[in-house]
Design a protein around this ligand. Structure first.
Ligand SMILES: C[S@@+](CC[C@H](N)C(=O)[O-])C[C@H]1O[C@@H](n2cnc3c(N)ncnc32)[C@H](O)[C@@H]1O
Length: 289
């Protein structure tokens, strides 16, 4: 059995778990919340509704039981709403800075005591095989240097019969995120969506896979076979090769302008360049508090 490895957090060296850290200053909690709310409001101006995306993913994720692991804590946008539905959830990130922001926001949301923050590389998780009843990941995979390695780790730590949830931006979601980054003067290159690849890999291992797509979000919910998974690369004798996917026909993959007006915006072809900010007034921070 592997142990939690020692990690460096700021100037301290800790063993994995950050929950027992020093209490966070109230001013830092408030400043972090304001910064996150401002960022979410800016995303909304461009048409990406973070809260609606999290709601969509949670709707297809819950209920979850037992030990739950969330990969790629980030600023806690997903694990915090998830923690409201669970008595405990463990979350892993490679960045101490990101996890500190998530812990500040979890404190603001009043759920910090339900979340175990662990600093670790998701490509080398510090738990033995079959440790978790569910593993979730929201908008992380396009950030990973070695997604294949992380994917194998998520499958490894899942218990037989466990649930795996992978969510990331849909092609339309990536287009909005790219626009936001460009407006901020930066570029965040990302690989094209690999959901079909992950679905095929899971089915080959005997998982039952369902796929869901919203305007800006794409996700899969996979159930691990009760008899466990075969070694990587070995086809599962009980593999489910049927297609449970629900995909949007490519003809309908137009550029949505705003999540709440998706049904109308879905008919606007990509070639028509509309600037969302021109249609939706600048959202103030108070709009989303
Ligand atoms: C955009 S954030 C994901 C959003 C996040 N799930 C949320 O709810 O706010 C991507 C995160 O993945 C983390 N990350 C990247 N590579 C990683 C790895 N190998 N192991 C663990 N975390 C990783 C980054 O540090 C970053 O915090």
């Amino acid at each position: 059995m592997r142990c939690l490895r020692a990690v460096t957090v700021g100037s301290q060296t800790q063993v994995g778990n950050l929950t027992a850290g020093a209490p966070l200053p109230v001013e830092a909690v408030q400043a972090n919340h304001l910064a996150l709310a401002t960022r979410n409001a800016n995303n909304l101006r461009f048409g990406y509704d973070v809260e609606a995306s999290v709601r969509f993913v949670l709707k297809h994720t819950l209920p979850l039981r037992g030990r739950v692991l969330d990969i790629g804590t980030g600023k806690g946008r997903f694990v915090i709403p998830l923690a409201r539905h669970l008595s405990k959830v463990t979350t892993v990130d490679i960045s101490a800075r990101e996890q500190r922001m998530a812990r500040l926001e979890a404190t603001h949301a009043g759920v910090a005591d339900r979340i175990d923050f662990v600093l670790a590389d998701a490509g080398a998780l510090p738990w033995p095989a079959g440790s978790f009843d569910a593993v979730t990941s929201w908008n992380v995979f396009h950030h990973l240097d070695d997604p294949e390695r992380v994917f194998n780790e998520l499958v490894r730590v899942l218990k037989p019969g466990g649930k795996l949830v992978l969510a990331d931006f849909s092609p339309a979601g990536f287009r909005i995120i790219d626009t936001i980054h460009a407006a901020e003067g930066r570029r965040h290159p990302h690989p094209p969506s690999r959901f079909s690849h992950w679905c095929a890999g899971l089915r080959q291992r005997g998982f039952v896979v369902n796929r869901f797509v919203s305007c800006h979000q794409e996700m899969l919910v996979a159930r691990c076979p009760r008899h466990g998974t075969p070694e990587y690369g070995q086809p599962c004798p009980h593999a489910d090769t049927s297609n449970h996917s629900r995909t949007i026909p490519s003809a309908l993959q137009f550029r949505p302008i705003h999540q709440r007006s998706c049904t109308v915006a879905a008919w606007l072809p990509r070639s028509i360049s509309l600037r969302p900010a021109a249609f939706f007034p600048r959202a103030s921070v108070s709009n989303i508090n």
